[in-house]
Design a protein around this ligand. Structure first.
Ligand SMILES: [Ca+2]
Ligand SMILES: [Ca+2]
Length: 339
């Protein structure tokens, strides 16, 4: 009697359990139809239909990347907190060692593009900890989830964001079709950046080069970094790196410096800033050059550290549109350059 009573109970509990599992992994309604529509769009743009099926069919909707995307607050940390993490002593030491280990190759590609090797190293340090962490998300699954469901309160901004990721899906499949990457290696950040340089699929086609000329564009091979170095140098060159100039430096402002002169949209010659009382941190005068333009950047306000960003600071911002990013790459590169 007891036996007959318990068996259905087990089955009942098991069915409930399956139900919970199923809910946790359920794709949203319309996901299948959306993928079918995406497939015909991709095929229309020249992606092989069989490849599109093979890639799109198994894709699941990943709610976690939507959460990460919605959580992205521009000022989650103060700059000083952010810099403490991004330019910590370990990262500086590892950057100096990385530079020493790859000096010959680094300087070869840096010299060809007219950019400093220390800046290449700093960019790789900030992007992926010198290749140590390139991301574990399935890039295409993340992109598809974002293209389907990225959330923004403004409908126009939401459409723009979803369209952006949709375009990246096309370039991802093109990367597979062009055999630049294997499906199983296609891992990266929740937002779809991949490789030691963290390029987006579209920007792969803009910036990645075959540095050593062996016919492959290797972006994931820690044993052969020539393409990574050549690509970083090429990218810096393309975003307008000015040879022979610094990125910027820390400065001190006089008391009552007008707030209206602070910000990355204001560019004035160094001679202007010098007359406005801007000095080096110890009080020594700025170089008087009238040819170099600079912006005063105070990421934590006038009470925090203040920097002057030259044209190369703005080049960093064209790599990643963030003052924080540009400042940590710059300050890390300075520390790597003077071991
Ligand atoms: Ca190559
Ligand atoms: Ca190679």
């Amino acid at each position: 009697m007891i036996f007959y009573f318990k068996k259905p109970l087990y089955i009942f509990v098991f069915i409930i359990f399956l139900g919970i599992l199923n809910t946790a992994h359920a794709d949203p309604e319309g996901w299948g139809a959306w993928k079918a529509q995406l497939k015909s769009e991709l095929v229309g743009k020249g992606i092989n239909a069989q490849l599109a099926d093979e890639v799109l069919n198994p894709l699941r909707f990943d709610p976690d990347v939507i959460k990460s995307d919605s959580r992205q607050a521009p000022q989650k940390y103060s700059f000083v907190e952010y810099q403490k993490k991004a330019v910590n002593p370990n990262r500086v030491k590892n950057g100096q060692n990385f530079y020493r280990r790859h000096r010959q190759e680094l300087e070869h590609y840096a010299g060809k593009a007219g950019v400093p090797a220390s800046v290449i190293v700093a960019l790789l340090g900030i992007e992926t900890d010198y290749g140590g962490f390139t991301g574990k998300n399935d890039v295409i699954q993340a992109l598809a989830s974002l293209a389907y469901g990225a959330q923004r309160s403004d409908p126009a901004a939401q459409k723009k964001r979803r369209d952006y990721f949709r375009t990246q899906i096309y370039y991802s499949l093109k990367l597979l079709q062009d055999k630049h990457i294997e499906r199983d290696d296609f891992k990266g950040s929740w937002a779809g950046a991949f490789g030691i340089n963290q390029h987006m699929p579209e920007s792969f086609y803009t910036y990645v080069v075959d540095g050593d000329g062996d016919g492959d564009k290797e972006i994931l091979n820690m044993n052969d970094l020539s393409d990574v170095f050549a690509t970083t140098a090429n990218h810096l060159h393309k975003v307008g790196w000015k040879e022979g100039q610094r990125w910027g430096r820390e400065v001190a402002l006089p008391a009552n410096f007008p707030k209206t002169l602070v910000g990355n949209s204001i560019k004035k010659p160094l001679s202007f800033w010098r007359s406005a009382g801007v000095t080096l941190p110890g009080g020594a005068p700025l170089p008087a050059s009238a040819d170099i333009q600079g912006s005063i950047i105070a990421p934590d306000g006038l009470q925090g550290p203040v920097y002057i960003g030259y044209d190369n600071f703005h080049a960093f911002r064209r790599w990643n549109k963030s003052d924080y990013f540009a400042l940590v790459v710059g300050t890390l590169s300075d520390k790597i350059a003077q071991p």
